[in-house]
Design a protein around this ligand. Structure first.
Ligand code: HEC
Ligand code: HEC
Ligand code: HEC
Length: 86
């Protein structure tokens, strides 16, 4: 029984990484390459303050503060409307 439970957890954890979309389609034509950001940013906590997954209160305000904020801090990545909203 114990073994089965552990196997189940392993499966769920694996499925989570295997099926998370590489690119997330957002509102107003924004394509967010999650996989590339995971690679360049590295630290999940930069975007996921709590646990990785859906971000509480995600939307325009969060995005313009955090997405644009990081791009201008790092001087890398788009900061103009048209570069994100295609
Ligand atoms: C540059 C910002 C950023 C980084 C770094 C980042 N994520 Fe995300 N992640 C997001 C955004 C934005 C979403 C979509 C949130 C929403 O729709 O609520 C998301 C969604 C997710 C989801 C939900 C499933 C999906 O694909 O839609 C998981 C799981 C996740 N991230 C895991 C991780 C893990 C694990 C790491 C670190 C290896 C990580 N993220 C790093 C921004 C980031
Ligand atoms: C913690 C820093 C950080 C955050 C937060 C972040 N980015 Fe980026 N982003 C980068 C960096 C660094 C690059 C440049 C990567 C390169 O040139 O190799 C980039 C590049 C991009 C690009 C151009 C390349 C591509 O992947 O198509 C887009 C579009 C983009 N980011 C959208 C977003 C959106 C939308 C969000 C918020 C949901 C976001 N980013 C949040 C650091 C960040
Ligand atoms: C770094 C990328 C980025 C830049 C630059 C950016 N945005 Fe956004 N914007 C986003 C993201 C991501 C969202 C949230 C998408 C979602 O909720 O799915 C968003 C949301 C919005 C929304 C709300 C859409 C809705 O239906 O909820 C509007 C309007 C908007 N942006 C206009 C602008 C304008 C105007 C500019 C230039 C002054 C701009 N954005 C610059 C990434 C960006």
């Amino acid at each position: 029984m114990k073994k089965a439970v552990i196997a189940m957890f392993a499966l769920v954890a694996f499925a989570g990484t295997a099926f998370a979309a590489d690119t997330i389609e957002m509102k107003k034509g924004v394509k967010f390459n999650h996989k590339a950001h995971q690679a360049t940013v590295g630290n999940c906590k930069k975007c996921h303050e709590k646990a990785p997954g859906k971000i509480e209160g995600f939307g325009k305000e969060w995005a313009h503060k955090n997405c644009k904020g990081c791009h201008s801090d790092m001087k890398k990545g788009p900061t103009s409307c048209k570069e994100c909203h295609k």
